[in-house]
Design a protein around this ligand. Structure first.
Ligand SMILES: [Zn+2]
Length: 307
């Protein structure tokens, strides 16, 4: 397949997604108490330095809360954003989830199958990554590299406007993106082409409830942890800030309400967006178990750490 072929979910998958939405509204998936009890909470090693996490400006889009979390009705609608973050470490400044490009609807969203597009299409006045950096008074030249939590269009399309910026990618996520039929849609492969790329593995020890990690700078200030499910090799960035540890959790969950109430994403659009629903469900339990120990920031929820 080429970079621009559009692959649509089959009819049966679409029917199951809508049927599951109806069921989930009244009968959400029950938490797995056995799995929750089996989780061991490892130490979070003390960092030798701290980093700064800056949320770039975005525009809210109001979406029905029952489409974010099964069986949650209040509030009826919730704010949805496309967040990008800058992390400042003494040795490097990097971009977590480089947001969206100029004309993202034409250049990226148009490739997404309509059944998913109607649920995820951003506002026309969505702030592109260049604007977002400028509004935050950040110079593009000050960014050393990009580090996506996973390879979906709304997390990497901004790279189309940042040619040559080096990117760090989780090796199995990269392999999946190159091989899968649905994953590359929305300008993902073009965004990653022709730029310095470093592939990494999470070959470090368990941290908190996560099974693997990578100490990015060797000083325990930024730990990458595994959050599989939404995509097969999604990661989170656990940043040690002056106000405590903050986990940038990507799309492992879409809203904080999922973590607090242990509710999976609604089947529509969640079933079409998550690559492995059962793995995503386990990851949600891992997040729920540590929700009082660290600040967890889903990419599409409002950034609250330090504010
Ligand atoms: Zn995603």
């Amino acid at each position: 397949m080429t970079d621009t072929d559009v692959v649509r979910p089959d009819l049966m998958t679409c029917c199951r997604a809508f049927a599951g939405l109806a069921v989930g509204v009244v009968r959400p998936r029950r938490p797995d108490e056995h799995f929750l009890a089996s989780l061991s909470d490892q130490d979070l090693p003390a960092p030798r330095t701290t980093v700064e996490v800056i949320a770039l400006p975005q525009r809210e889009r109001m979406v029905p809360t029952p489409a974010i979390a099964e069986g949650v009705w209040r509030p009826a609608r919730s704010a949805n954003l496309i967040n990008a973050f800058v992390v400042r470490h003494p040795r490097a400044t990097f971009l977590v989830d480089p947001g969206v490009c100029v004309d993202v609807i034409g250049r990226a969203v148009a490739e997404v199958p309509w059944i998913l597009r109607v649920a995820v299409k951003p506002r026309r006045d969505t702030i592109d990554i260049g604007q977002a950096l400028a509004l935050a008074d950040l110079d593009v030249a000050s960014i050393d590299f990009a580090l996506p939590t996973h390879l979906h269009w709304d997390h990497v399309a901004g790279l189309l406007d940042l040619p040559g910026l080096p990117v760090y990618l989780h090796r199995p996520e990269y392999m999946w993106m190159m091989a899968d039929r649905l994953a590359p849609q929305g300008g993902v492969r073009p965004a990653l082409r022709d730029r310095p790329t470093t592939l990494y593995d999470l070959d470090g020890p368990p941290v908190l409830t996560f099974s693997r990690s990578l100490d990015l700078f060797g000083d325990r200030s930024v730990l990458l942890v595994d959050l599989p499910g939404h995509t097969p090799a999604s990661i989170g960035i656990l940043a040690q800030t002056s106000t405590g540890p903050t986990l940038l959790a990507g799309d492992a969950v879409w809203g904080r309400v999922q973590i607090d109430r242990l509710r999976q994403k609604a089947t529509y659009p969640g079933m079409l967006a998550d690559a492995e629903r059962d793995a995503a469900w386990e990851t949600l339990h891992r997040l729920h178990a540590i929700r009082h120990r660290i600040t967890i920031v889903p990419s599409h929820d409002r950034f609250t750490a330090g504010q």
